[in-house]
Every structure is written in structure tokens, then in C-alpha cells.
Design a protein around this ligand. Structure first.
Ligand code: NAD
Length: 521
């Protein structure tokens, strides 16, 4: 799809800052819409040759990417930590998960879904047809990504898009440009041909231009508000899009749960990445029989958390930008004004670090339960039983993921079946988004479509069918001319194929013989 002359918009420069101090350490001009259009034209040219390579040749480049990343893991992790502010363990975990994704999307078993299929058509009326189905790449895929997992999230989409034969233009978050650019450099070193992957530094306007200029498919990961804009633009242009949006994941702690494990797992799930995780448990529903004990266990662990600037020792780093802190503080104040209590607060080692907070007695109308909270806030809610927990968990505009904590597999599966989410994790949290073979995505306001796993690979191709005639000298029975004889013979054929009675079917078969004895017009 081509565009009408779009205004050459650029929204200044994008800057990489140290989230702890605000110090700017790198700057790039935001891509203008002309630059986006040029990138798209180059991507289209490069994609033609890339598509012609075999899947095996493309997978070999992914394997080389895996090797290069493995060799440079320390350098890449340092960059992620520097730009995003997360502790070294978490930065290195992003690399670990990405290595897994690279291996998964290069594996022969995964790539089976790209094999062409050739078979006889189903259904007796179509018995003369042979069907070939090929899984073709879309062409140029636009990937727009956020800053919270600035390496793993875009890489987990770029990898399947490339192996499927697409060219990719990645617009990383304006806060994590350098981490986006390193993906390009790693693929370069892996031998990916020029322009098959392009990373465009840019502000929001560059993301909007990528959609407007007419990529063949968009993978958007980010907030619900931006996702709605992207979906509207894609809808107007009839561009398919996958939307991986925000969440307010519920964690349900049943009364038979291993409470120590649940407390440890939920504190890690909520506070790792400083609470800036799409699939973090953001609302915890605890059955009343264990509520007091569980909240005491959580409080103890929250108080012990080390939130600070010394990244090598900190459990939590700073939030990405001060504006993030303002929004979180407003959500916290709202909950307190409605009657919630701070049951525990971790001590921050520096002014700009948001101290982790455990909230109890949270009322259902509080913003922390109605909206996504993107920071270290953990609201706890008392529920009567499993039914009440499910009802409260589903009472949210979001439906990304959820967790259930119980020693009973039966209860876990019963609860999981009723949760309105894209995934459910039992006795763990967050982990689902880092599993290379598991489809990831939401329902309701958390998005549409799937990334990761085989489902994510399927999103990168579209089926093209070629239907062949095996008896080309024979006419089709339903071609012109029409008339009562054809109608009756057709009806007889339907009875012969679908009636329940064998005698009626046999008689109908005799009446249907007119279909094969039709004169040429
Ligand atoms: P955001 O929506 O502000 O930005 C995401 C990306 O969209 C950025 O690259 C931005 O420049 C770009 N963008 C902004 N306006 C645009 C427009 N009009 N058109 C096209 N692109 C535009 O989100 P964020 O603050 O970077 O990320 C945090 C949000 O992302 C949270 O809500 C979080 O839950 C969500 N998220 C979801 C997932 C998931 O897999 N579901 C994963 C990570 C983050």
C-alpha cells in the first residue's frame, strides 16, 4: 500500500538517559516520515531476495545471531541495564530469554509450520481438486516496541518475522534506542543481508509514520491507549496488526496454597523490573482463611527489598522516567484516600527510586484495581472463595495473564478455565512472557493476536492456496446452463451425500446421475 505525500514530521531527538540520574548519554534524530518511507522502499527491495532463500538458509542466520549474542552477552546486558535502569541480573535474564527464542525459531521442529502442504481437497463435490497451500511472508513487517523489556520483546518478534521471510523495520521505544540498535548490529554480525532488518530511532511520530506509510503488518507492543490509536490507523488502511497491550493481572491465592512460595513468587513477580512488567501480578486476591497470614508473609518480604541506585546490589532500580513516578503516586494516593492502608513499604536508597508498597483494605473502586499500575505497588484484596476470586479477577477491562497459587492441580485448572485472560500460570508468575514456545497475548483491552511460540510464527505468514484441476478435460457439473434438471440433479446429489437413510441415499444417487451426463452448451 502506498501513501499520499505525508508531512515530513520529526519530533526532535530521542535521548537515552540514565534513569537513575536523568543524565543524557546518547542522542539520535527521530526518523522523519520521508526517512520511514525510504526505509520501507529499501526493505521491499531487500525482502524479495530474502524470501527466495530457503527456510534452512534463513534459520542458519538465526543460529549465527544466537552465537553472536552468546559471545556478546555481557556487553548487551550492560547496555540494557544502562538504558533501562534494571539490575544486572534482570538485564542478563533478558539476554538468556532471547537466546532461547533464537534457538526456538531456528529449530526444524518449529519451522515445520512453514512447510508447504499438498493434498486432495476435502468434501466429495471437490474430489477432482488438488490443493497446494503455501505459507508466505507478508512482506515488510513493522515492529513498534516499548522500553520495559527493550531487548527481549522486540527480538522475540523480529526473529520469527525474519525466519518466515519478511523484512522488518523496528521502531524501538524512544527511551531505549541504543538497545534497539544493538539488535541490528547483532544481526549484521550474523550475516543478515543489508536492509532486511532496519532499526529506526524515533519518537512517537516515527511509530505513527511506520503505520501510515503502509507496512504489510504491524506488531505493536505498548500501552492500551497507543494500541487503540495504532489499531484505528491499521483499520483505516486495512493493515493486519497484532496488539500486545497493557495488563492488570490477577494473582489468586487459594486457601490450600504453599503460602511461603506464593509470597516469595509474588513479591518477585510484582517488584522485579521495578514493577514495570506487562504480565506482573498487579492485583492479588487472597482467600479469607489465609489472608492475615499471607499478608504478614508478604509484608515481611516487601520490607526486606532493597530499592536503590547501586545496581549491583539492588533488587529494584529506578523507574524509567519521573513522569512514571507521578502517575504511580497519584494511583497510590487515590487508594489511600478511599480507605486502603500501607501494610509495608521498602526503604529506598535514593530519592528518585519509588519504594515498593504493599497495600491492604483496597476498595473495589480504587484506581490501582481499575487501571494498570506500572511500578512497585502491590494491592491485596480479601475474597470469600474460589468463585469470588474468579469474579473479582475478571472484573477488569484487561485480560493479559494471571496466576493461581494452590497445591491442588484440580482447583488450579478449574480456576484457570474461568479466567478471562490469554494465559494462566500456576504457582509462579511473569514467566509466561519469557517462554519461547508459549503463545503470549491478551484478551479484552490487553490486545489481539499472539506473539511467541508457534502461534507467533504463524502471525508472520499468510496462507496462499493454489487449487489444481486433476481432470481438466471434464467440465464442472454446476457450470451454465442452469435449469430445472440441473437443480433436481443437484438436490439429489445433496441427499445422496447427506441424508441419514441409506435407501434414500442410494435412490438419490441414481437421480443424481444427470450431473455427469450434462450436455455441453
Ligand atoms: P507506549 O504505548 O507509550 O509506547 C510504545 C511504543 O509505541 C513506543 O515505541 C512509542 O514510541 C510508540 N508510539 C507511541 N505513539 C504511537 C503512535 N501514535 N503510533 C505508533 N507508535 C506509537 O508504551 P510504553 O510506555 O513504551 O510501554 C509500556 C506499556 O506497554 C504498558 O502498558 C505495558 O503493559 C505494555 N506492554 C505490554 C506487553 C505485552 O506483551 N502485552 C509487553 C510490554 C509492555
Amino acid at each position: 500500500m502506498s501513501t499520499a505525500a505525508a508531512p515530513d514530521v520529526a519530533s526532535g531527538a530521542v535521548e537515552s538517559r540514565d534513569p537513575a540520574t536523568g543524565e543524557v548519554w546518547s542522542r539520535h534524530e527521530s526518523a522523519t516520515s520521508t526517512q520511514v518511507a525510504d526505509a520501507l522502499a529499501r526493505a521491499r527491495r531487500a525482502q524479495r531476495g530474502w524470501q527466495l532463500r530457503t527456510v534452512g538458509e534463513r534459520a542458519a542466520i538465526l543460529r549465527r545471531f544466537h552465537r553472536v549474542l552468546f559471545e556478546r552477552r555481557a556487553e548487551v546486558a550492560a547496555l540494557i541495564g544502562r538504558e533501562n535502569g534494571k539490575p544486572p541480573v534482570e538485564a542478563l535474564s533478558e539476554v538468556m530469554v532471547t537466546l532461547d527464542f533464537a534457538r526456538f525459531y531456528a529449530a526444524r521442529r518449529t519451522l515445520r509450520v512453514l512447510r508447504p502442504e499438498s493434498r486432495t481437497a476435502a468434501g466429495p463435490p471437490m474430489w477432482r481438486k488438488r490443493v497446494l497451500i503455501r505459507e508466505e511472508p507478508f512482506g515488510v513487517i513493522g515492529v513498534i516496541s516499548p522500553w520495559n523489556y527493550p531487548f527481549m520483546l522486540p527480538a522475540a518478534i523480529v526473529l520469527p518475522a525474519l525466519v518466515a521471510g519478511n523484512a522488518v523495520i523496528l521502531k524501538p521505544s524512544e527511551f531505549t534506542t541504543e538497545t534497539g540498535l544493538v539488535i541490528d548490529r547483532l544481526f549484521d554480525a550474523a550475516g543478515l543481508p543489508p536492509d532486511v532488518l532496519q532499526v529506526l530511532p524515533g519518537a512517537r511520530t516515527a511509530g505513527a509514520a511506520l503505520v501510515e506509510q503502509g507496512c504489510d503488518k504491524i506488531f505493536f507492543t505498548g500501552s492500551e491507549a497507543t494500541g487503540r490509536k495504532v489499531a484505528t490507523e491499521c483499520g483505516a488502511r486495512l493493515i493486519p496488526c497484532v496488539l500486545e497491550l497493557g495488563g492488570s493481572d490477577a494473582a489468586i491465592v487459594l486457601d490450600d496454597a504453599d503460602l511461603e512460595r506464593a509470597a516469595e513468587g509474588l513479591v518477585w513477580g510484582r517488584f522485579s523490573n521495578s514493577g514495570q512488567t506487562c504480565v506482573a501480578p498487579k492485583r492479588v486476591f487472597v482467600e479469607e482463611r489465609v489472608y492475615e497470614r499471607f499478608s504478614a508473609l508478604l509484608a515481611e518480604r516487601v520490607r526486606r527489598l532493597n530499592a536503590g541506585v547501586d545496581r549491583s546490589a539492588a533488587d529494584l532500580g529506578p523507574l524509567i522516567r519521573p513522569a512514571q513516578t507521578d502517575r504511580l503516586r497519584a494511583q497510590l494516593d487515590d487508594a489511600l484516600a478511599r480507605g486502603a492502608h500501607v501494610a509495608a513499604r521498602g526503604a529506598p536508597a535514593a530519592d528518585h527510586v519509588f519504594a515498593p508498597v504493599l497495600l491492604t483494605d483496597v476498595t473495589p473502586d480504587a484506581r490501582v484495581l481499575r487501571e494498570e499500575t506500572f511500578g512497585p505497588l502491590l494491592p491485596l484484596v480479601r475474597v470469600r472463595d474460589d468463585d469470588d476470586a474468579v469474579a473479582r479477577a475478571n472484573d477488569s477491562p484487561y485480560g493479559l495473564s494471571a496466576s493461581v497459587w494452590t497445591v491442588s492441580r484440580r482447583r488450579a485448572l478449574a480456576v484457570a478455565a474461568r479466567l478471562e485472560t490469554g494465559s494462566v500460570v500456576v504457582n509462579d508468575s511473569v514467566i509466561v512472557a519469557g517462554m519461547s514456545d508459549v503463545p503470549h497475548g491478551g484478551v479484552k483491552a490487553s490486545g489481539a493476536g499472539r506473539a511467541h511460540g508457534v502461534a507467533g510464527l504463524r502471525e508472520c505468514v499468510r496462507s496462499k492456496a493454489v487449487v489444481l484441476e486433476r481432470l481438466p478435460r471434464l467440465r464442472q457439473v454446476w457450470w451454465y446452463p442452469y435449469g430445472p434438471a440441473l437443480r433436481e440433479a443437484l438436490d439429489a446429489a445433496i441427499v445422496a451425500l447427506h441424508d441419514r437413510g441409506w435407501v434414500r441415499r442410494a435412490r438419490a444417487l441414481w437421480r443424481a446421475r444427470g450431473l455427469v451426463r450434462r450436455p455441453r452448451p
